[in-house]
Design a protein around this ligand. Sequence first.
Ligand SMILES: NC(=O)c1ccc[n+]([C@@H]2O[C@H](COP(=O)([O-])OP(=O)(O)OC[C@H]3O[C@@H](n4cnc5c(N)ncnc54)[C@H](O)[C@@H]3O)[C@@H](O)[C@H]2O)c1
Length: 257
Amino acid sequence: MDKFENKVAIITGAASGIGYAITEQFIKEGGTVIGADINEASLQNLKEIFGDSFIGVKADVTKEEDHIKIVKMATEKFSKLDYALNVAGGSKPGTIIDQPEEDWRFTIDLVLNSVFLGIKHQGQQMKKQHNGVIINISSLNAHVPMYAGGAYASGKAAVEMLTKNAALELARYNIRVNAILPGLVDTPLTRKFNSKPEIKDAFMERIPMNRPASPEEIAAPSLFLLTEDASYINGTSLVVDGGWEITGYPDLSRFRK
Ligand SMILES: NC(=O)c1ccc[n+]([C@@H]2O[C@H](COP(=O)([O-])OP(=O)(O)OC[C@H]3O[C@@H](n4cnc5c(N)ncnc54)[C@H](O)[C@@H]3O)[C@@H](O)[C@H]2O)c1
């Protein structure tokens, strides 16, 4: 039951959606979470729910000094950092020819640069320990483009490659780095368009399992990658999309009797 007893994880974006589900599951299995998020009110709420197993840090993942602060919190309190999950993300959508440069930069900063800064400082600490696992939440959009999502999809594709590069550089310090590429997940991020039936139907045409994932269905494989059961999995991308990526072909089933 207590797979993560005495283990400490940094989880960015812990206050909502996938980050929240990972936090909840990790604590349920005995671990302690340093949850970093810009949403201070929600962090306070998590503190009330999880008590001593949760330490909330108000932090902006696009800022290097905040990553330094988060890692310092782990080392000062626990003298180690076992795991880091870089989950925080979001975007300002727009088609390429219309997108203001600042919106492009905002998205790349939040999706990609934040993960670089995270790995940099988490990796420095894990190198000292000669031990650690890092998980980066990319997206199916690393493989599949999205209309008006050029910045987001490009950033997520780069997170996938950054993960591989980090795995290559950090394996010598006994640190594994992997990426999860979720398809559609039912979180506050997607609920605003997912709640419109015509948009939901358009997604369902693509997803053989005919439903979005729950955040828990992304948390479970993320936590698996932390464990010793995944001790030889390194620099890989785990697509968790209900089969969405395999649907690039027309649905021929309707033409067969
Ligand atoms: N929901 C999906 O369908 C889906 C699919 C693929 C990938 N993802 C990725 O999963 C991750 C989590 O998404 P979610 O759906 O749980 O979203 P969410 O909006 O529910 O949660 C994102 C969290 O990140 C925090 N955050 C935003 N900007 C931040 C910043 N600058 N610094 C610190 N925290 C910040 C938010 O406050 C929020 O708590 C993101 O990286 C997202 O791109 C989501």
